[in-house]
Write a protein that binds this ligand. Sequence first.
Ligand code: WT7
Length: 643
Amino acid sequence: MSEKIYPVPEDWKNARVDEATYRALYERSMKDPDGFWAEQAQRIEWISPFTTVKRSSFDTHNVSIKWFEDGTTNVAMNCIDRHLPERANQTAIIWEGDDPSVSKHITYGELHDHVCRFANVLKKHGVKKGDRVTIYLPMIPEAAYAMLACARIGAIHSVVFGGFSPEALAGRIEDAQSDVIVTADEGLRGGRRVALKANVDAALEKVEAKSVIVVTRTGAEIDWVPGRDFRYEEEAASVHADCPYAEMGAEDPLFILYTSGSTGKPKGVLHTTGGYLVYTSLTHELVFDYRPGEVYWCTADVGWVTGHSYILYGPLANGATTLMFEGVPNYPSVSRFWDVIDKHGVNIFYTAPTAIRALMAAGEEPVKKSSRKSLRLLGSVGEPINPEAWEWYHRVVGEDRCPIVDTWWQTETGGILIAPLPGATALKPGSATRPLFGVFPEIVDSAGDVLEGACEGNLVIADSWPGQVRTVFGDQERFVQTYFSTYSGKYFTGDGARRDADGYYWITGRVDDVINVSGHRLGTAEIESALVAHEKVSEAAVVGYPHDLKGQGIYAYVTLMEGAHPTEHLRKELVKWVREEIGPIATPDVIQFAPGLPKTRSGKIMRRILRKIAEGEFGSLGDTSTLAEPGVVEELVRGRPAT
Ligand code: WT7
């Protein structure tokens, strides 16, 4: 593979961290982790100081992760109150509406007032420390207010992405045992309305909740359950304007975020208070070289971890101006991102490869119509970025002057673990480059042996970092099983990776039964169980396959019940069915009706073969002689629809 290298540009050599500093600090974080992190932890304000730094064990029999354990603090205080003496009139959040003529600036002072009121509304509805609040909102400032309000009073938020179906929402409400739901009448994306409140109503036919607090976004007419449903605006007018922040232990939970794994239902990844805030604040400042006064824009949705860590918590902890965008990249035109950059003078822009590929397909002209002269740094997250998309992003969007930080991390890692530091790291398109301070990645082979030097295998992390997931909500056993049992004593990421001779990491993608569709993580098992819940489906197997825009597409093999017929009508019905069961992000791209699935004699589905067929690689199906019915494979190859 030819490797193009982009050295650190001259004018970036005065960034916060240069190469010598990177090496020195990395070394320090390795030799004296407690000293390093005790120092870094001073970047946030503590109510009562901690005396222990790290107490963690990845031992399968005794997994336990604790940082700054006896310290106390409050995340909302750190993200708001702490900045007020200096920044009460500085913009905290720039909100850009779906409609390009609608935007507003919210100062730190205003953020304080909104969050206090929201917190008091939650209190009025009985929310106490440790209670779970489900937030199912579009990208409006109230999403930030609601999250910070939970943090202020010590409630645990569980944000559910607005694109999830009532079914998926109900599962998350139930698992979190959440009595209070915050939603909006409707969302607005790309000019289209999203029926959020109606989805909540449908979810609450399956599970119970005491209060639904409804923010008015479009003013649409919605169904109303008296005694259960409350208008946020009316509630906010009736509560006190100030709300003291709660003193929280460093290890008190901050939020739960559901994410897909290779088996079963989505897991409630639990993050806590002190370590998470130290980690997101540090990484936001270093990876994006954030400087006071700059405008920073991360295009993610707050329904995903990227929105939690790098729209809200990291930037606000740093007193930054963070942009929150309600809309989509192609509305009203494919110039929207670049128009917003010019409109608000964005300096740092962080988006996903899937968006870059889609915009690249629209050509250079829509980009070149804009100036983008404010841009200084570009970021990428969510999936491996192919070198072509990287080069285009660098040359066309960044005009060869903006470094690109390709940031590798996961819902479970809380913050970025592997990424370039723009003033220190020469870039290689497609590589997330090197680990950040205090992050110790290793590559292991399938036997769990640690590989040295240039190599390829599975990516594990050898020791804890402050932003790490602490448990799976309500299921410590599943937590241990999922992350610490595959390679004993190490955190298993589920990703494959290659390390080159310069020590750079190249993430090769998931090695488990998780697929990454447009930067969104989906468990194949989840889609399969949605399919088999349909009365005509007997069996289903779902695999990922390479997709030009989405990175991976969803390919489903379906066998039908006796008497059901594989028609085009049924195919459409199944696609619609999965969208209703999980949400539009899980829409299957291909459904292949199959007379049978390839299985071993013990009945295990041979996914390796199904992946190859989906990829169209019929020549390398490998050994099929151990199959119970070898003929099945030929039928699948013959029946493969064009993709
Ligand atoms: C999975 C985590 C990280 C926040 C958004 C996704 C893939 C993420 C990169 C990257 C290659 C990446 C991995 C990871 N991934 N960033 N820069 N290069 N792959 O969070 O939904 O928890 O998904 O996304 O496969 O395991 P997530």
